[in-house]
Design a protein around this ligand. Structure first.
Ligand code: SF4
Ligand code: SF4
Ligand code: SF4
Length: 319
């Protein structure tokens, strides 16, 4: 029996319907919300003086070694970016004409719906207490899918080590030693020595810690009381709090006196990044489904037609 054109088209339509059903499953995904006690940081570029006390405090709190390879003579701690031993870094932005300048602090954003935890098949990265995106090295196999998934290019790999692991900020959760955060001076914080070290040492309060709700309220207060100081994603956009909704929201928030795009932050929609990635993947699979099925059906048609015509299979082939 040969496979005619009509049955071929019917089969392709069935494959298309199956792909649409898969897409429907992706759309049914439940969006996680930030927990009520979600902790985070608010970093304000207009207050930062680039002293890097936060970088030093981060190293002390996390026991990481200075990154000296970029400094003349290899004697200064001068990380250019996050790396396998650097969980936070201060970068300097200068406009081409040198007039506009801004420091920028990078670390894990503690996304509300993190792409890294969705990409990690072994659960080595997970959202834990206070919504902190935490890392369990005992579950990590070093596949680095989290690195590829993160829209902020945060997780780094310990390339120099024999048994390398992922390195990223965990909001100093180990310093909390299981102690609950406390409410003090209008912000929820850990006692001295138990919360995010970078926020604790900042001499300008350019980076502060608190619950996400407190930090959002503080950021809105600053925007309202300093008209013209803060920028949006692009130079002419209205002021915004980066992380309020970007990529589904983050627990680390930014205010900036230069456009966020100049600080190389990604221009994300409000849709959580894992949802965007899932939609793209399903689109790709959907695109593959019909051609794969078509090849299969054509192969079957050729095989059956050849058998019907009494052809013998070649040596080493079907018997
Ligand atoms: S400690 Fe504060 S002022 Fe100094 S670089 Fe860090 S964020 Fe900026
Ligand atoms: S910034 Fe990257 S590493 Fe941090 S929680 Fe978001 S996806 Fe994960
Ligand atoms: S919260 Fe802790 S680990 Fe994260 S950047 Fe600040 S000091 Fe480093």
């Amino acid at each position: 029996m040969s496979l005619d054109r009509r049955s071929l088209l019917r089969s392709l339509a069935t494959a298309g319907a199956a792909a649409v059903a898969v897409e429907g499953t992706a759309q049914a995904r439940v969006r996680p919300m930030a927990p009520a006690d979600a902790l985070g940081l608010l970093y304000d570029t207009s207050l930062c003086i680039g002293c890097k006390a936060c970088v030093v405090a981060c190293r002390e709190a996390n026991g990481t070694k200075p990154e000296t390879s970029n400094s003349p003579g290899g004697i200064w701690d001068a990380p250019m970016d996050l790396d396998g031993q650097t969980k936070t870094v201060i970068k300097l932005y200068k406009s081409p004409d040198g007039i506009q300048r801004s420091y920028f602090k990078a670390q894990c954003m503690h996304c509300v719906d993190p792409a890294c935890t969705n990409a990690c098949m072994l659960g080595a990265l997970k959202k834990k207490e206070h919504g902190i995106v935490s890392y369990d090295p005992s579950l990590c196999v070093g596949c680095r899918y989290c690195q590829m998934a993160c829209p902020f290019n945060v997780p780094k790999f310990e390339w120099a080590k024999a048994a390398p692991k992922i390195v990223k900020c965990e909001l100093c959760r180990e310093r909390a030693k299981g102690q609950p955060a406390v409410d003090g001076s209008g912000f929820t914080r850990y006692p001295k020595g138990q919360g995010p070290a970078c926020a604790e040492v900042c001499p300008r309060s350019a980076v502060i810690a608190g619950t996400r709700a407190e930090l959002l309220a503080e950021a809105r207060r600053r925007i309202a009381s300093h008209p013209g100081r803060y920028k949006g994603f692009r130079e002419d956009d209205p002021p915004k709090i980066f992380g309020e909704t970007d990529g589904g929201g983050t627990q680390v928030l930014y205010l900036s006196h230069v456009a966020f795009e100049k600080l190389r932050l990604p221009n994300l929609s409000d849709q959580p990044v894992p949802e965007v990635q899932q939609t793209i993947q399903h689109g790709i699979y959907q695109g593959f489904a019909a051609p794969i099925l078509l090849y299969g059906l054509l192969g079957a048609a050729v095989f059956r037609n050849r058998r019907a015509a009494g052809e013998k299979p070649e040596k080493g082939g079907e018997s």
